[in-house]
Design a protein around this ligand. Structure first.
Ligand SMILES: [Zn+2]
Length: 255
């Protein structure tokens, strides 16, 4: 039988409550199907559990404050993240960024906490995982204040022009479930024009479930549907997509 090539889901919220009932089965399905994972933290309370999950299952993880919890930052943020970053499983500062769609945290607070985490990423020489929702211009503007920053623009849904401005900054682009949505022909046409050596694949589990599982909870093994669609869109083999996106992920996150 044809073994499926190894792939890495570069964006997973494995500590999410939606996985409480069957987290070990979800992990087992990923591992028996040759799927690796990078686990996200989003607020200070979930960093320890996320690191523990990564270490238990030999995954990697990111530590940071999501813009929707940026108001939880106090003056110990940097020292806490520096301490967590000493763990071998920690490969990134994330998930950080801006979110103007959910407006529970003032933009000025989001900006300050983002700048502090970008500065810390440079200090620690770690790449960042960037969240953007209705905040593209401000996120780009702030990123440009930090030359040399490395990272991934997670859940890329933009135009070719937007992609070019992120690629120019040296960022990778995270491609997820929306690539498989029937209505997203424009996104497929855009992604067809992007360089495969700058793309990562991701699920954002438990959110953004790809076809044909839409309406159900997402999980890392479904990254295979993203990989299949990316191969179709780029008109290359699945093996090529798997090999190149895995290489990109390992290069960016240095493991
Ligand atoms: Zn996320």
């Amino acid at each position: 039988m044809n073994e499926k090539p190894y792939v890495i889901d570069s964006h997973v919220h494995l500590d999410d409550r939606q996985f409480d009932v069957d987290r070990n089965e979800v992990v087992a399905r990923a591992q028996t199907n040759q799927v690796g994972a990078i686990l996200m933290s989003i607020h200070l309370d979930n960093i320890k559990p996320v690191i523990a999950l990564a270490e238990q299952h030999q995954f990697k993880c990111a530590v940071g404050l999501h813009p929707n919890s940026a108001d939880h930052a106090d003056n110990t943020l940097e020292s806490q993240l520096r301490g967590y970053a000493k763990h071998d499983s920690v490969v990134s500062i994330g998930e950080i960024g801006l979110d103007y769609y959910r407006d529970n945290v003032e933009p000025v607070v989001q900006h300050e906490v983002l700048r502090r985490q970008l500065a810390l990423a440079l200090e620690l020489d770690l790449p960042v995982i960037l969240h953007n929702r209705e905040s593209t211009d401000d996120l780009l503007k702030i990123l440009k204040e930090f030359p040399g920053i490395r990272g991934v623009w997670h859940s890329f849904l933009g135009t070719v022009e937007e992609a070019e401005s992120y690629l120019e900054l040296g960022l990778y682009l995270g491609i997820g479930g929306p690539l498989t949505f029937k209505k997203n022909e424009a996104l497929r046409e855009t992604v067809a024009q992007l360089p495969l050596d700058r793309l990562l694949i991701e699920t954002d589990s438990p959110y953004l479930t790809p076809a044909p599982h839409r309406g159900k909870r997402n999980e890392p093994v479904y990254v295979r549907h993203v990989a299949d669609m990316l191969a179709e869109v780029k008109k290359v083999s699945l093996e090529k997509v798997a090999q190149q996106t895995t290489k990109n992920t390992r290069t960016l996150f240095n493991f």
